[in-house]
Design a binder for this molecule. Structure first.
Ligand code: FAD
Length: 418
């Protein structure tokens, strides 16, 4: 069997893997990515958040992504029964990037992977990790290529960015269920010939379809738009037929979409994903760290996935470098706790989205401008800014705000009657 060695082995060439590999490579250590599939490959997760731009910048990816002319994204628009609530990322509390992109991930991820190769990082495609043996922090990883050839790779450290593959949690029985209920998504890429500027191509539109069910509309610069329905799996049971018939039935049932996408040409047969929320016992161990989706993926509603993937890889790669230099790393304090600060902030917002608390806030008559700026920061991905009351007190602040709005509305209604 072929044998090789490297300072850092990265599993997965998604945004988590390529950001981590680039940062390690820049510091002069040898690094290699092993990736199960051939690129370009389809993955969902097309609406980025401004906060991920810092990580893409540190990895040296921004120029290559800019050159691809992806659709620029400046905000998030929420729609319910024709009422609109627009969050413009420029109008937010935390300093930082005010825009980002909406990207077909097959192209975006290939650009990141090609860029990291151009920096000198080898990416082995169609190479699947099948086993890992740790000896202290050193490890031997067995990989298998598409033709069945096997190889053993010795590494001083492994960064697991294998996304839904969850390599290390699966191999070492670390997977744990999430505390979020299972949800299902039905989505497609579709031609969007009736798109107008009123359709806000420069932001994600999120439509409240019915309680607990929502729709993403993510226009790309190519004239194609990604449309996806998300909700309780039981909601989808009333839509019969093959996947295309189900998808067209869903679109026809939503007034905000029905005319725009009537008889539209679908780029691929609609796909289904469900029960994606998973977590793990711990984010690190002797000789490895987990980044991106492997740590915890919550829910698509606030487009947090790629931001958490790239920011976790940015933080993890810096700590791996410290470790390789022989410095002490307190993984709990320096990695898990900050990452959980971000994950738990998004978790509170996801829960308050599905229980209707955020509906009350987003669609209130006159929103307080300063509070809106603070909530906008979270929607832009600035979930580590604990100067922001709506980050620091993410578990209580939204409830309190919604209760205040409801009380105010009650008094207004009483005054009107009087
Ligand atoms: P991935 O992008 O999944 O990359 C992991 C790579 O590892 C893959 O290429 C895979 O082939 C490889 N791999 C797996 N197993 C192995 C193995 N054994 N050996 C070698 N390689 C392996 N996020 C957003 O930011 N915005 C959105 O709008 C959004 N929408 C979403 C909608 C839905 C319905 C869902 C379910 C998720 C959505 N996400 C979104 C989340 C997004 O898909 C992920 O968070 C993101 O892709 C994570 O990136 P990653 O690099 O961690 O993993």
């Amino acid at each position: 069997m072929k044998k090789s060695n490297v300072d850092v082995l990265v599993i997965g060439a998604g945004p988590a893997g390529t950001v981590a590999a680039s940062i390690v490579n820049k510091a002069g250590y040898s690094v290699r990515i092993v990736e199960k599939l051939q690129f370009p490959r389809f993955v969902i997760g097309e609406s980025l958040l401004p906060r991920c731009m810092e990580a893409l910048d540190e990895a040296g990816f921004l120029d290559a992504v800019k050159a691809a002319n992806f659709q620029e994204k400046y905000g998030a628009l929420f729609v319910k029964n024709g009422v609109k609530c627009d969050y413009s990322f420029a109008d937010r509390f935390t300093e930082g990037w005010t825009w980002t992109w909406q990207v077909p991930r097959a192209e975006f991820d290939k650009i990141l992977a090609d860029t990291v190769v151009s920096m000198g990082v080898p990416v082995s495609y169609e190479t699947t990790v099948t086993g890992i043996v740790f000896n202290g922090s050193d490890s031997v990883t067995t990989v298998e290529q598409a033709n069945g050839d096997k190889e053993e790779i010795e590494a001083k450290f492994i960064i697991d960015g294998s996304g839904y593959g969850r390599v290390i949690p699966s191999l070492f029985n670390m997977d744990r269920p999430s505390n979020l209920p299972p949800r299902k998504a039905v989505f497609a890429h579709t031609q969007d010939v009736k798109r107008s500027m009123a359709d806000e191509p420069n932001r994600i539109t999120i439509i409240v379809h019915e309680p607990g069910v929502w729709i993403w509309v993510i226009p790309f610069s190519t004239g194609i738009t990604s449309v996806g329905f998300v909700g309780d799996p039981a909601f989808f049971e009333k839509y019969a037929g093959n996947m295309e018939e189900q998808f067209r039935g869903l679109v026809a049932s939503q007034p905000h979409l029905a005319e725009r996408f009537k008889d539209t040409v679908l780029v691929f047969e609609p796909r289904v994903l469900q029960s994606w929320s998973k977590t793990t016992d711990k984010f690190y161990g002797d000789g490895f760290v987990l980044t991106g989706n492997v740590t915890e993926f919550l829910d698509p509603v606030f487009s947090s996935g790629v931001t958490l993937a790239t920011v976790s890889s940015q933080k993890a790669a810096r700590l791996v470098l410290k470790k390789l230099k022989g410095e002490d790393v307190d993984w709990e304090a320096e990695y898990t706790q900050p990452m959980m600060q971000g994950v738990n902030t998004f978790r509170s917002y996801v829960m308050r989205w599905y229980d209707g608390t955020l509906d009350t806030i987003f669609f209130a008559d006159d929103q307080d401008a300063e509070i809106k700026r603070r909530i906008c920061s979270v929607l832009a991905g600035y979930v580590w800014d604990t100067e922001n009351h709506y980050v620091k007190n993410h578990d209580t602040a939204l409830f309190k705000l919604a209760a205040t709005i409801k009380t105010r509305d009650k008094f207004r209604a009483l005054n009107k009657e009087a």
